[in-house]
Ligand binder design. Structure first.
Ligand code: ZN
Length: 240
């Protein structure tokens, strides 16, 4: 059975529930790449669920902010506004859980887990060029990363790299290195508003990229009711 790979849940309980329903009975352990909180209206519910269910978790930048470990100076105004709100609603138990989350890269079985990049947990791997300096840090064939909220990732060959299309099954080949992004559960930014996640089979060495439709109306209404910036609700419909 595959591992269930989740990233960037961002306090979106409706999206998480849809992913779990879509994946039900099809996976064994859960691996999480961070950003449990921030942007969404249900940070405590996501923290509780992750604490009780994930086999392994690395921290994201929003988790650090929620725990008070980051002053949010590099955050966009929207991210900062939601970060400040998140701090006010997190329970002490949630805060101390976030505070204790390990920084990536974290080796787990045969793969590495990071939030941003193997070189820097806060770095964004957006373009193929971004991945070239990272090669020196890769000590596993497969590194799972998040942070960009874009499903897919990159294949690194000897002298070149290319983008991985997030369609169907990806077979891992021994001669390449792979940076694989399952996409964001709670706030996709790749133009597809459905919640994104992935399965990984360690023995067969393959990845499946998956999407699940969820109740965006409900998640957006909670964001608006919390008094969070309207754009954080509106963007969910567009997947931006
Ligand atoms: Zn994120």
């Amino acid at each position: 059975m595959p591992r269930l790979i989740l990233s960037d849940l961002h306090g979106n309980l409706e999206a998480l529930e849809a992913v779990l329903a879509d994946a039900e009975g099809l996976y064994d352990r859960i691996l999480c790449l961070g950003d449990l909180v921030g942007y969404g209206a249900d940070p405590n519910a996501i923290v509780d669920w992750t604490r009780n269910n994930a086999a392994v978790v690395v921290r994201g930048n929003h988790d650090k902010a929620g725990a008070g470990l980051d002053d949010m100076e590099t955050f966009s105004p929207l991210a900062r506004a939601s970060g400040l709100w998140t701090r006010t609603v997190l329970t002490p138990e949630s805060q101390s859980y976030l505070e204790r989350l390990p920084r990536g890269p974290l080796p787990y079985e045969s793969v590495n887990l990071v939030h941003g990049s193997p070189a820097d947990e806060d770095e964004y791997l957006i373009s193929v060029e971004d991945t070239l300096p990272v090669r020196a840090y890769l000590d596993a064939r497969v590194t799972f990363f998040g942070h960009t909220h874009v499903q897919g990732g990159f294949l690194l060959a000897q002298r070149a790299a290319m983008r991985i299309a997030p369609a169907g099954l990806l077979q891992i080949e021994q001669k390449y290195f792979y940076l694989v992004n399952p996409g964001s559960v709670g706030q996709p930014r790749d133009g597809d508003p459905r919640a994104a996640y992935a399965f990984y089979w360690p023995d067969e060495r393959k990845v499946e990229f998956r999407r699940a439709s969820y109740d965006i109306d409900r998640a957006a209404a909670k964001i608006r009711a919390a008094g969070l910036p309207d754009f954080l609700a509106a963007r969910l419909y567009e997947g931006i």
